[in-house]
Design a protein around this ligand. Structure first.
Ligand SMILES: *Cc1c(COP(=O)(O)O)cnc(C)c1O
Length: 219
């Protein structure tokens, strides 16, 4: 497993409108530095504390993406530096992000996580809730958050037909929401096992971990 080679082979297969988030959760700084030295500047983590620790140890020209479930009481730890929060699944959370961003005089980019999987375990809001949120007066008052797109996680299955159906649903949800808010531009979908399919279905941002850094013992 060579991180640089893995990155290069993935990147060479991507068209320029697809952004690669290198998912480095559970991996040591030395692995992240290998990716950094190979040119990677966008890293994704799913635990706030781990991301904060790595932010402290890595070069400062990195964009840090929070891709995991976010607890409201932890937003404050990342508000100073996080560049995109993928998993926004409620207005309450968005409001907290707005509040913490304001303290740092920042505007934090966010994606609305849409529930696309059939499993109960996956977080996310319904397409209807997302549409209600984007049209609400309360939403229009938030000055320190910028909702720039949607994110989804497909069902954990080898059934590519099922995954494709879910990706297509996210794409069509995105198109509907975009008619309500023209700022939406990003569709974050696709991981190591399914990012090619995700791109065929319209993904603009893929979150790839194990195909770059090797398998994890835990996640
Ligand atoms: C871990 C994780 C990924 C990356 O998974 P791989 O299968 O290792 O590519 C992508 N998205 C989220 C939300 C994750 O938690």
């Amino acid at each position: 497993m060579n991180i640089k080679t893995n990155l290069e082979s993935i990147k060479s297969s991507l068209s320029e409108h697809v952004t690669l988030v290198a998912v480095s959760k559970t991996k040591p700084i030395s692995d992240l530095m290998e990716a950094y030295n190979a040119g990677q500047r966008i890293f994704g983590e799913n635990k706030i504390q781990e991301m904060v620790d790595k932010y402290g140890q890595m070069p400062k020209d990195i964009e840090w993406h929070m891709i995991g479930h976010v607890q409201r009481n932890k937003v404050k730890y990342m508000a100073e530096f996080v560049s995109l929060i993928h998993g926004v699944d409620s207005f309450k959370l968005l409001k907290e992000i707005n509040k913490q961003a304001k303290k740092h005089n920042r505007v934090i980019n966010c994606l609305l996580q849409i529930k696309i999987a059939e499993e109960d375990s996956k977080f996310g809001m319904s397409a209807e809730d997302a549409s209600t949120l984007l049209q609400s007066d309360e939403f229009s008052e938030l000055q320190h958050t910028n909702v720039v797109g949607v994110m989804g996680m497909a069902t954990f299955t080898n059934n590519m037909g099922q995954i494709e159906k879910e990706f297509k649903f996210l794409k069509s949800t995105f198109q509907k929401l975009k008619t309500l808010n023209s700022k939406l531009a990003t569709i974050s979908m696709g991981m190591s096992g399914d990012y090619q399919l995700a791109i065929e279905c319209g993904s603009t941002m893929i979150r790839v971990g194990s195909s770059i850094f090797g398998s994890r013992n835990y996640s």
